[in-house]
Design a protein around this ligand. Structure first.
Ligand SMILES: Cc1cc2nc3c(=O)[nH]c(=O)nc-3n(C[C@H](O)[C@H](O)[C@H](O)COP(=O)(O)OP(=O)(O)OC[C@H]3O[C@@H](n4cnc5c(N)ncnc54)[C@H](O)[C@@H]3O)c2cc1C
Length: 400
């Protein structure tokens, strides 16, 4: 049976995070060190220092590396509270792609790799990148099997050549986790593998920064190039040929943590909309008293409530070590669409104010839109779910 009762210490932690975000982080939201390609590293470090001071840094990371060691349910509660501010995830060091990379390194890195990259990542001293997607015309995208980047084995290790597109967090990052098709000495295709590549490795370059609708990723999004980049065997992450399987270790939980953070952001927008609807008058009554607006507020609460339920359910399954790929997929589709609707309604309720920088709604409206695309577009999750539904039917054999 699913137990939605939160333990007292988690309730207390949630309150600490909520107070920390409201008192210490929200005041930074108008800091000018936020630019089209994300926040400056100086601001990120300042926020991380505050998170560290409050004892709230890296709540998802193992305790042995300095994190709080929360399970998925704990993360659901804390990440939602952090998502209230557009800078909350940075202050707790739980922003993408670093947050998912902590999980990946913790699960598949060697002890030496953990000491070298996981430890400073958890301390908020290192930022990381995850490079899978390629050009939108012929490389890996929603369909990762189109992977074109190649790691050719040689006598000293591997040489990586390829181009990657829409890679997040590149500016000021220290290391890049790169997915490449691996060829052995004889040219045999061993499948996809992951490699740890330094951002200053010879042959690696940022081709261009991409101007995107969202501005919430520290280090922005870029097109990057690898030209015969040499890596030694100690930089293979996980086993050779297990790249796609290991990517799922990262992607499944990371989909859910996006839902958690965006739930907090959408709740903030809703709170602003409720306040506005209760205060602003139109045609002799408050906006909220008009059924058209009241229903929007009601629909918001329905969406927010259902998002939290679906997140908590998938988190509970993960904590029970049960398979949850269907549930995380469904949650990702539902939350990305429902929370987008919530933010859109909030913007509508605020009228002209909604599209200005006078509230965070405008910012969150832009930032949340890509959520329907990254970590699997909605259509691709539906496509995967449909395949599983039909395969269940085929296995069951008795057709209605
Ligand atoms: C803000 C942002 C940050 C990102 N950061 C990173 C990163 O750090 N590292 C990284 O590797 N990648 C990153 N990505 C890339 C992301 O993972 C890809 O955008 C995603 O996998 C989709 O690939 P694509 O953009 O090539 O779309 P395509 O594969 O070209 O698909 C385009 C559209 O076609 C439709 N479609 C595709 N397949 C199907 C199907 N089977 N059925 C129905 N419709 C379908 C969908 O509507 C989809 O949106 C990021 C993307 C965004 C938007």
């Amino acid at each position: 049976m699913i137990d939605f009762q939160l333990p007292a210490e988690l309730v207390e932690l949630r309150q600490r995070v909520e107070e920390f975000i409201a008192d210490k982080i929200v005041p930074f939201e108008r800091d000018p060190r936020q630019r089209p390609h994300g926040v400056d590293e100086s601001l990120r470090r300042e926020l991380v220092a505050l998170g560290r001071q409050a004892g709230l840094l890296s709540p998802h990371a193992p305790k042995e590396y300095g994190g709080l060691g929360l399970d998925h349910r704990g993360m659901a509660v804390v990440f939602e509270a952090a998502g209230w501010s557009t800078l909350g995830a940075l202050a707790l060091n739980i922003q993408a792609p670093d947050e998912g990379n902590v999980n990946l390194l913790n699960q598949i890195a060697t002890p030496e790799q953990k000491a070298r990259w996981l430890a400073p990542l958890v301390r908020g001293e290192l930022r990381t990148v995850f490079s899978m997607t390629e050009t939108t015309t012929d490389g890996a995208g929603a369909d990762p099997s189109l992977l074109k980047t190649v790691a050719q084995q040689d006598t000293e290790g591997y040489r990586i050549t390829g181009r990657k597109y829409m890679i997040s967090g590149v500016i000021d990052a220290g290391v890049n986790i790169v997915m490449a098709r691996t060829l052995d000495l004889g040219g045999r295709d061993l499948g996809a593998s992951m490699f740890m590549v330094d951002m200053d490795a010879p042959g690696f370059s940022i081709v261009r920064m991409l101007d995107t609708i969202d501005t919430n990723t520290a280090g922005g999004h870029a097109e990057v190039h690898f030209e015969d980049v040499r890596v030694t065997p100690d930089r293979v992450l996980g086993e050779i040929g297990r790249g796609f399987a290991n990517a799922q270790v990262r992607l499944g939980p990371a989909r859910l943590t996006h839902c958690m953070r965006w739930l907090g952001a959408a709740r903030r927008c809703h709170a602003i909309a409720v306040e506005h609807a209760g205060r602003r008058h139109s045609f002799g009554k408050t906006l909220g008293e008009h059924q058209g607006v009241g229903f929007m507020l009601a629909d918001n609460e329905i969406d927010l409530h259902l998002c939290r339920l679906t997140i908590w359910h998938a988190a509970w399954l993960l904590d029970q070590h049960q398979r949850a790929s269907n549930e995380t997929s469904m949650s990702k589709v539902f939350c990305s669409e429902a929370l987008g609707r919530v933010v859109d309604r909030c913007m509508q309720i605020l009228g002209a104010i909604g599209i200005t920088g006078d509230t965070v709604i405008e910012r969150i409206y832009r930032d949340i839109r890509p959520f329907r695309i990254y970590d699997g577009p909605s259509e691709v999750h539906r496509h995967a779910l449909a395949r599983r539904i039909l395969s269940r039917r085929a296995k069951a054999g008795d057709h209605a």
